[in-house]
Design a protein around this ligand. Structure first.
Ligand SMILES: Cc1cc2nc3c(=O)[nH]c(=O)nc-3n(C[C@H](O)[C@H](O)[C@H](O)COP(=O)(O)O)c2cc1C
Length: 385
């Protein structure tokens, strides 16, 4: 637990539970039916992935997510092969349940990191940060791992499945961290009806169980959440980082700005802070120097890219919320207090069950029209096929 948070930030109340009664099992059975493919693929009770977050998703949080029935994923973005090996061992000491590893495809030691995962029999490897090649996917599959890839569009999802991806994550622009241009709601409609061959997990902006359920009903195998887990008790993020999340509203989580098309900036969604402003100033100044012929295009691009180097660590670990990067998704507005990981997961499930319960109730109770006639529920059509 993080001592520097106030008692209010840590208030335990608020999470609600569906009152157990004779129907609870049937509500849960309906949910389990909806996400059975995701549960079977992950080997978990809940088809909820804890999205890997560099510096945040380490042994404690990953094991807590898996122990609570979800699927924790180690973020290896900042790790050497030896560090990853140590993290996998330490996580396995904390949970008997399945967990995965997220590898950044641009990592200079990708092959060695893959070998570490295979050596330690990591069941699922998520390839992120750029399109993986067939060799990386093949190496993992040949070594016995299930391979999960991010797809920012249907055509890429299809290509990745042809290359051997066992499952796909579609992540919309509401998400925290590196983002694509398309919203989760649109990506889900574009991909879910047309990718029946592999399980698809939906990420980006999922903050409550009702939204989770709606994506499952559209055909998702499960969901992936990152932002909601940052303020878990088990998250090692600095108290100042957590406090920034607890205070933020959805609109505070904004994509990084690019000032000049000649100098591309990879869009990253983060809470606006003084560093966000300074990044604009630095781009302006570097572009001016380039225009005056004082810098080559390559050096100018490097200076811009260098601005955020080490910034996520400074914020997450050192608590520098003014000069670091506060990567966060728009669902940050739904992070209202520090909370146990198991509680977060239970809340998501409860919210989904409440929708199912309300629906079952609606369809089971005879309804009376204004004329006084009883409406036969059997006449109400089900969801479109
Ligand atoms: C602080 C932070 C760091 C992240 N780091 C990574 C990362 O290292 N690798 C990755 O694939 N995704 C990363 N993500 C994205 C998450 O894994 C996840 O997909 C995303 O948070 C889901 O959307 P949400 O933020 O709306 O819950 C990061 C997200 C956050 C908020």
């Amino acid at each position: 637990m993080n001592e520097a948070l106030t008692a209010g930030d840590r208030a335990a109340g608020g999470s609600y539970r569906v009152e157990p009664n004779g129907n609870t099992a049937s509500w849960r059975a309906e949910l389990d039916q909806l996400w059975h493919r995701g549960r079977a693929f992950l080997g978990t009770d809940l088809a909820i992935l804890g999205g890997a977050m560099t510096w945040v998703s380490e042994r404690t949080l990953v094991a807590a997510i898996s122990n609570a029935g979800g699927f924790g994923v180690i973020a290896s973005g900042s790790m050497s092969p030896a560090q990853l090996a140590a993290e996998i061992i330490a996580t396995a000491e904390r949970t008997q349940r399945p967990f995965g590893v997220n590898l950044i495809t641009m990592h200079p030691q990708l092959t060695e990191l893959i070998d570490v995962c295979l050596e330690h029999r990591v069941s699922h490897v998520v390839l992120a940060g750029g399109l993986p090649n067939g060799a990386a996917i093949g190496r993992l599959r040949d070594g016995g791992a299930q391979v999960v890839c991010f797809a920012p569009a249907l055509v890429i999802a299809r290509k990745l499945t042809r290359l051997g991806a066992n499952a796909i994550v579609i992540e919309g622009s509401e998400a925290g961290g590196h983002i694509g241009p398309v919203s989760t709601a649109v990506l889900a409609q574009e991909v879910l009806p047309h990718l029946p061959d592999v399980p698809v997990f939906v990420a980006g902006g999922v903050g409550r169980g009702e939204a989770m359920l709606s994506y499952l009903e559209m055909g998702a195998a499960g969901v992936q959440l990152g932002t909601r887990f940052v303020c878990a008790f088990e998250s090692i993020a600095h108290a100042a980082f957590k406090r920034a999340f607890i205070r933020a509203a959805a609109r505070d989580a904004v994509p990084s700005a690019q000032l000049d098309a000649r100098f591309p900036v990879i869009p990253v969604r983060a809470l606006a802070n003084p560093a966000t402003e300074r990044f604009r100033d630095v781009q302006r100044e570097v572009i001016d120097r380039f225009n005056r012929g004082e810098l080559s295009q390559k050096d100018a691009q490097l200076e811009i890219e260098h601005f955020w180097a080490g910034a996520l660590r400074r914020a997450v670990i050192d608590g520098d919320v003014e000069g670091g990067s506060l990567m966060a998704g728009q669902s940050v507005g739904m992070v209202t207090r520090e909370q146990g990981t198991a509680d977060i997961l239970a809340e998501l499930v409860d919210q989904a069950l409440r929708v199912i319960a309300a629906r079952q109730h609606r369809f089971a109770t005879p309804r009376v029209a204004t004329s006084g006639a009883v409406i036969d529920d059997a006449e109400i059509p089900g969801p479109a096929g």
